[in-house]
Design a protein around this ligand. Structure first.
Ligand code: NAP
Ligand code: ZN
Ligand code: ZN
Length: 349
């Protein structure tokens, strides 16, 4: 017996999202069912819906920053109970057997790859549908515990924006004595600033303009520069150990690589539709690296949630009704988001 829940779905790459219903699978022995209370809007939802990445199965229910409360558990579930505060992020399954899965890096599952929360096919052969909906059923191994210190609405964006920035900050050793630049002060960027500051790094924001400077400094950045000002690139040459690029559009990476110290790394987190050029000289003169990073594994996602609870790190959000999703998309696209839209899904339950 499946259950039917309300949802917001994209009918195509060009039509607005509309209210509809979807089926959720019956709760299996290892499954957790939960009512979705809040779902964040990630720029990846927009890239996907608009067909900027690989193929899309329409109608598509986006949403991979999902927080809610457990309503039912399967007979074999050991980790969760009814009433628990839980969340899921960008994937709901993986092979569980390959080296990456065993190492807790399920997002890099060798084969067939992680099963994404939406726009993928689950083990049951059905398309996966995401968090802009009233409830969801997920295997317990892919469910996170939301610590009491985090409210559900602010916890939601951590399930993607939080782990996507926490993982590279840890991997490349952000901390005391390290200078970190965050490019783009949007959903990912503002969480990156808070996390890097909480880890003890010296943080600079590189934004298109100085419009959000007051916010950036309040979030803990020591410096805030406009990338529209050519002086920024002159003054900050060879300054950073690590640059996180969260920008959703193409940048002239050559300019940013010059901001790295010798042995510094620029990590691509944003995934624009089109390739970007990397001049070899900018890497060679300075033994610099360019890298990428994809969200984070389940264990590290839990570690990140616990870190945020302990350190008082929470996203800055604007809670919206589902009817506002299409307007919110336009505002995200014009960098008019302070700093994550979170859908209150109450009317979809
Ligand atoms: P977002 O909220 O829209 O933030 C992106 C920020 O980039 C904007 O706020 C803006 O910051 C800057 N920006 C936008 N257009 C720009 C342009 N044309 N030139 C220069 N700067 C520009 O998006 P998000 O949700 O944080 O996601 C950011 C990117 O990360 C997306 O491509 C998304 O798909 C990707 N992503 C990747 C992963 C991963 O695992 N690697 C996970 C989640 C998301 P300013 O106004 O400060 O300039
Ligand atoms: Zn995301
Ligand atoms: Zn695997």
């Amino acid at each position: 017996m499946t259950s039917t829940v309300s949802a917001y779905a994209a009918p195509s790459a060009v039509d607005p999202l509309i209210r509809t219903t979807i089926d959720r699978r019956d709760v299996g022995p290892h499954d957790v069912a939960f009512d979705i209370h809040f779902a964040g809007i990630c720029h990846s939802d927009i890239h996907t819906v608009r067909g900027e990445w690989a193929g899309v199965n329409y109608p598509l229910v986006p949403g991979h920053e999902i927080a809610g409360i457990v309503t039912e558990i399967g007979s074999e579930v050991a980790k969760f109970a009814v009433g628990d505060r839980v969340g899921i992020g960008c994937f709901v399954d993986s092979c569980r057997e390959c080296g990456q899965c065993r190492a807790g890096e399920e997002q890099y599952c060798d084969s067939p790859g992680m099963i994404a929360t939406y726009n993928a096919v689950g083990r049951d052969g059905q398309p996966t549908q995401g968090g802009y909906s009233g409830a969801i059923v997920v295997d317990e191994n892919y469910v996170l515990t939301i610590p009491d210190a985090l409210t559900l609405d602010k916890a939601a964006p951590l399930l993607c924006a939080g782990i996507t920035t926490y993982s590279p900050l840890r991997h490349w050793g952000a901390g005391p004595g390290k200078r970190v630049a965050v490019v783009g002060l949007g959903g990912l960027g503002h969480v990156a600033v808070k996390l890097a500051v909480a880890m003890g790094a010296d943080v600079t924001v590189l934004s298109q303009s100085l419009k959000k400077m007051e916010d950036g400094l309040r979030l803990g950045a020591r410096d805030y520069r406009a990338t529209s000002d050519p002086e920024t690139f002159k003054e900050l040459t060879a300054s950073f150990d690590l640059i996180l690029n969260t920008v959703s559009a193409n940048l002239n990476l050559a300019d940013y690589l010059e901001l790295l110290k010798v042995d510094g790394t620029l990590v691509e987190l944003g995934m624009p539709e089109h390739p970007m050029e990397v001049p070899a000289g900018a890497l060679i003169f300075g033994r610099r690296s360019i890298a990428g990073s994809l969200i984070g594994g389940i264990a590290q996602t839990q570690e990140m949630l616990d870190f945020c609870a302990e350190q008082g790190v929470a996203p800055e959000i604007e809670v919206i009704a589902p009817e506002y999703i299409n307007d919110a998309y336009e505002r995200v696209l014009s960098s008019d988001v302070r700093y994550r839209f979170v859908i209150d899904t109450q009317s979809l339950r």
